[in-house]
Design a protein around this ligand. Structure first.
Ligand SMILES: Nc1ncnc2c1ncn2[C@@H]1O[C@H](COP(=O)(O)OP(=O)(O)OP(=O)(O)O)[C@@H](O)[C@H]1O
Ligand SMILES: [Mg+2]
Length: 235
């Protein structure tokens, strides 16, 4: 397994946000975490990224225990996070924002190759490369946020609600790009409230309910599961 969470508990002060969460990600795989508001999805991603630390349990990445490392050290190991709410540097241009993702890389030629790839994924970003990020639409900012993560040449991507607030057309585009990223062999942990989309994209899925994993299985199976259909697919 590339990434493994082993029975982690995460607290905010005295409040336990996550109880005994275990999950595993293999290479070339999309796993998804679905669940309602406050279930603990973002907390799980933040804990993988080192922004929170589990009180008990362990997180392993590529044979190394990482749950005590700082966020910077976790980024250095190749784990990249597209946070909730598509954060970009507002006063930097599109190009400057993208280059911030590459700050740990040295090989300019390879960085430029990644940039070309991102501009192929998102041609609009090439057009707007010198435009300040705060003048972009929400969807374009999401593209910048995803592009910046790709610029780091990550070994694992954590994506928090990439479809939130986007038009159906853009959701479709982003879904295509998530598939493309997977084809390039980079695994993704995808957090989504759009369960329909997430279960279509993912190989394996976990359902989170009030801080716990209540259900897990191949995405296709969960898509056919009665509880999932009623609670998350509105069927
Ligand atoms: N910084 C914080 N301080 C205290 N409690 C927090 C903090 N962040 C999250 N929580 C609490 O932890 C629980 C899990 O929140 P989390 O953001 O992980 O949920 P989520 O599944 O991502 O929800 P959403 O779908 O709304 O984004 C919630 O009860 C939330 O109120
Ligand atoms: Mg969240």
């Amino acid at each position: 397994m590339l990434l493994e969470l082993k029975s982690i508990d995460v607290y905010y002060g005295k409040i336990k946000a996550i109880h005994q969460v275990s999950l595993a990600v293999d290479s070339s795989q999309i796993i998804t975490l679905i669940g309602s508001n406050g279930a603990g999805k973002s907390t799980t991603l933040r804990t993988i990224s080192g922004l929170s630390h589990p009180k008990t349990g362990e997180i392993w990445f590529d044979g190394e225990r990482i749950d005590r490392l700082s966020p910077v050290d976790i980024v250095k190991r190749g784990i990249a996070h597209v946070p909730e709410g598509r954060r970009v540097f507002p006063t930097l241009t599109v190009l400057q924002n993208l280059y911030t993702g590459a700050y740990l890389r040295r090989d300019q030629k390879k960085i430029d190759q990644t940039l070309d790839q991102i501009f192929q994924y998102f041609p609009i970003l090439a057009e707007r490369r010198n435009q300040r990020a705060n003048t972009l639409s929400g969807g374009e900012q999401q593209m910048v946020a995803i592009g910046r993560v790709l610029m780091s040449a990550p070994r694992l991507i954590l994506m928090d609600e990439p479809s939130l607030g986007l038009s159906p057309k853009l959701v479709h585009e982003i879904a295509g790009i998530i598939r493309n990223i997977k084809e390039t062999g980079v695994p993704i942990v995808l957090v989504e409230q759009n369960a329909e989309l997430a279960l279509k994209l993912a190989n394996y899925a976990y359902v989170m309910e009030v801080g716990r994993i209540s259900l897990k299985g191949p995405a296709e199976d969960l898509h056919n599961n009665d509880h999932v259909r009623k609670a998350y697919l509105g069927v």
